[in-house]
Ligand binder design. Sequence first.
Ligand SMILES: [Zn+2]
Length: 209
Amino acid sequence: MPLIKNCKSCCKPIKNNDACRILNTKINLCTTCQKAMNPLFISFRVLTYQGLAIYEYNEFMRQLIYQFKGCFDYELCKVFLGNFAQEIRLMYSGYTIIPIPSFQGDDETRGFNHVLEISKAIGLEMMPIIQKTGRHKQATSNLRSREEIYQFLRLKLSPDLRRKKVLIIDDIYTTGSTIKAAINLIEKLNPKKISVLVVAKAMVKKVNK
Ligand SMILES: [Zn+2]
């Protein structure tokens, strides 16, 4: 009897004739959900640096990321990186990853850090040198609250990065305030280059006025 697998996103059993069973048995995501994920590889600028987002941040991604970090669903790490872990490793060959941390208390409750797991899965050298000393509500939109993130991120180590190319990794990019705060800290260590990689980025809707 074939093993019944359930989709990591919608939880429905994956049919044996589903393309994902045939093409890729490593990722338990039904074809419908795989299509909904829709990797776009969006390039963007953050301050003066180059950023890349694998997905657009939409309701589907919001749910999936919540499930990943809120429900200890380690398996979802593979889902986010899909089949691109190796491509990303090649694309950023020679880079050192600096993951954006969560507030340590949250990681202790969760038992793992989701950004760290994604970073590990990419398989490049990693330097978790940034620490988050408090919780910040990302959803808050007023400028003062967004600026507060600067008070929460700090360097726990100050290694010499002059010979290093640095890849800052985070899960979600909305206002960019966290990434910018991290860049601000990392610039002080004079790395040769800074690039940014995020799992999902909110797209700014252009308003015609
Ligand atoms: Zn599904």
